[in-house]
Design a binder for this molecule. Structure first.
Ligand code: AMP
Length: 114
């Protein structure tokens, strides 16, 4: 596991304003928002992405999606809808090698993604 900007955020070495934190994960705004609301939900456990998951991580990743739902609702996105994105590996467009789910909302999303 390489050290990443998200590991530094978890250790408090890089600032981030947590909108959610619990024993398993934290959520904070993306520094380069791609939508009016753009939050990231990351596990404390240093998993790289879903490809790096083990069977024992299934409940953790379910929890991360539950927290995506929670922070989306708290940001006022529940009624209008939103998008949850996970980029896994180079071809998935992943740039930070610590698992994260993007929660994007506040505008109409387009499809397909680039
Ligand atoms: P991905 O390309 O899916 O790996 O997403 C990584 C995301 O991390 C990008 O959307 C970046 O804008 C975001 N990011 C990088 N550094 C920070 C930071 N210090 N605080 C918040 N978000 C960050």
């Amino acid at each position: 596991m390489t050290d990443t900007v998200f590991a530094k955020i978890l250790r408090g070495e890089i600032p981030a304003k947590f909108v959610h934190e619990d024993e398993h994960c934290v959520a904070f705004p993306d520094i380069g928002p791609k939508a009016p609301v753009h939050l990231l939900v990351i596990p404390r456990k240093p998993l790289k992405n879903v490809a790096d998951m083990g069977e024992d991580d299934r409940a953790l990743v379910g929890h991360l999606l539950w927290v995506c739902r929670k922070v989306a609702a708290e940001a006022g996105l529940a009624e209008g809808g939103y998008r949850i994105v996970h980029n896994s590996g180079a071809n998935g467009g992943q740039t930070v090698d610590h698992m994260h789910f993007h929660v994007l909302g506040g505008r109409r999303m387009t499809w397909p993604p680039g």
